[in-house]
Design a binder for this molecule. Structure first.
Ligand code: 16G
Ligand code: MG
Length: 543
């Protein structure tokens, strides 16, 4: 058939380096940008097949998120704006690794297995971040979808692309499938919510944003004019000078627990950082002693779920709300949510898709990774009940107001995926409505001191985990060793897991003091080094 000849011809322009093997992991493919041209082309092909198969528009985002500027990556977005379904992740890996002269055979195998009708139309939305390599790599994706209805959105945040794919496939029910439509939907909801805040000073409306020198900075600037009356933004690390993710951005701030470079703030100022593709956000401030205070994904989940629970009470709606976390959630947050807030807390494996799926099981599922990736999902039934209540003429003013706030909360949230801009607007609206400062939000509970370390081993797959990664099943003796070490400390907890994005084993420890958390993390690292085939120098104590 004609298009296979075209695939062959085009594929020769995007040859696969011999011997290179890559895997479609938790965040798609990600490695140095110079190894990715053939991957991009092939993902263009796969997205086309996925589109024909699902009879819907598929997204392809070119980004390596919080990785260094030199890296790049690609991930596919399924019809409702969710991550690519896992059975197709295997096809992605197969297609990426198949030899140049076997590409057509692999492609035809997938077509046959999935019984894809090749005469169907295909629609693919392609987006990219601000990396210098993203322009040519997204062109390679477009070469893969060429002549099959590809639509190039150019520079967008990852969540904007998820949003537009969902809008397109719901025939506009979720919103208009344009960046402008996204700004309008979110900013209108924000204005409606902000109207319910008592008079705020300009200082209270002010927020400093660290854009990680990436796409989020550009997009939040574009959105600024829509927000004028209710918000005052200062954008730092906007890409005009600094390097992407270099000493800035959500990942840097969370891991280093310090201010990003290039930000100028006063004690008590409210600040937030996005990551390189704006699907993560963390908040922070410094106090009068100059000490740094981080409000991570756990604090964000707590703020949002408290707000929603109060609104449900006021509205008199009986909807089940849950918070989904991973093993990295600070023990204090889990304790507060379960014991004080009395909400259901569920723990899943690391990786957004696991949290997303778990959150779908509840009427309202608030999910956040500690690293700041998260959103809120409302079931169709929950949305309907809220809608009905908002339209009910026979309810009192308190219930009416709560229903109105819930309605606009639904509209401000990007339910397709965690979204730094949408999360930021929701957090700002909640703080405004509650008349809360960032310090008061921080004081809801105190984080347990914690430490994360990495250990290099010869093969990280020797570590197998269970119970949402909280316990190691192999190698033999490792979990027992961890249990014994944890017993030595107060309020302590520790777990290890193989990273899905780096060739290391990650170690997490928390305890009542920073010294204890550091010591426990070090001792557990030594146990991993000794029992799981550590390579290089033995881990050294932190102090
Ligand atoms: C990926 C995941 C992120 C997770 C991180 C863990 C997505 C979109 N991203 O970046 O959710 O926290 O991996 O990395 O799922 P690790 O496996 O190296 O610890
Ligand atoms: Mg990201």
């Amino acid at each position: 058939m004609a298009h296979f000849e075209e695939v062959s011809k085009q594929s020769d322009l995007h040859p696969k380096p011999a011997g290179l093997v890559l895997q479609y992991g938790t965040a798609g493919f990600r490695t140095s940008a110079n190894k990715l041209d053939h991957i991009m082309f092939r993902m263009g092909l796969l997205a086309t097949l996925r589109s024909k198969k699902t009879k819907a528009t598929i997204g392809v985002m070119v980004t390596a998120s919080h990785n260094p500027e030199e890296d790049n990556g690609v991930k596919l977005i399924d019809p409702m704006g969710e991550m690519l379904t896992s059975s197709w992740e295997d096809y992605a890996t197969q297609l990426a690794n198949t030899k140049q002269d076997e590409l057509l055979t692999t492609l035809k195998d997938i077509i046959k297995k999935e019984a894809i009708d090749m005469s169907r139309e295909a629609n693919v939305f392609v987006g990219k971040d601000t990396r210098s390599s993203s322009a040519s790599l997204s062109q390679a994706v477009l070469d893969g979808v060429k002549a099959l209805g590809g639509h190039n959105y150019g520079l967008v945040t990852t969540p904007q692309l998820h949003y537009m794919v969902c809008c397109q496939n719901t025939q506009g029910k979720y919103g208009e499938a344009t960046v402008e439509g996204y700004y309008r939907k979110l900013s209108q909801a924000f204005s409606q919510l902000a109207k319910n805040a008592s008079n705020r000073t300009d200082d209270q409306k002010h927020l400093s944003v660290d854009g990680a020198n990436g796409i989020g900075a550009i997009k939040v600037r574009e959105m600024e004019s829509h927000l004028k009356k209710h918000m005052q933004l200062s954008v730092f690390n906007d890409g005009s000078r600094g390097k992407l993710n270099h000493k800035c951005g959500a990942d840097f701030v969370k891991v280093q627990q310090e201010l990003p470079t290039g930000i100028k703030i006063n004690p008590g100022d409210r600040c937030c950082s996005f990551d390189g593709d704006a699907d993560r956000i963390v908040y922070y401030y410094t106090d009068s002693q100059g000490d740094f205070h981080l409000l991570d994904g756990d604090k964000i989940a707590t703020l949002i779920s408290t707000f929603l629970k109060e609104l449900l009470n006021e509205a008199g709606l009986d909807l089940k709300i849950a918070v989904v976390q991973t093993a990295y959630a600070n023990g204090s947050s889990t304790h507060y949510l379960e014991k004080t807030m009395k909400v259901i807390v569920k723990c899943t494996k690391t990786g957004v898709k696991h949290l997303h799926h778990a959150a779908q099981e509840f009427d309202i599922g608030v999910y956040f990774e500690a690293n700041g990736h998260g959103t809120v999902l409302f079931s169709d039934g929950a949305e309907e009940k809220i809608q009905q209540l908002a339209n009910d003429a026979n309810i009192n003013d308190e219930r009416k107001k709560a229903a109105f706030l819930l309605q606009n909360t639904i509209n401000i949230i990007n339910q397709t995926v965690g979204d730094a801009i949408s999360d930021m607007l929701l957090i700002e609206a909640i703080l405004a409505i509650k008349g809360m400062t960032v310090q008061q939000w921080d004081a809801i509970y105190s984080d347990l001191p914690n430490r994360q370390l990495k250990v290099k081993v010869s093969d990280r797959r020797v570590i197998d985990t269970t119970d949402a990664e909280r316990r190691a099943v192999t190698p033999a003796g490792l979990q027992e060793a961890i249990d014994d070490l944890v017993k030595k400390y107060q309020k302590a907890r520790s777990f290890v897991r193989p990273s899905g994005t780096e060739d290391v084993v990650r170690v997490y420890a928390e305890a009542d003091t920073q010294e204890s958390a550091d010591a426990l993390a070090h001792e557990v690292s030594l146990a991993v080094y000794g029992l799981a085939g550590g390579v290089g120098d033995e881990p050294k104590p932190l102090h």
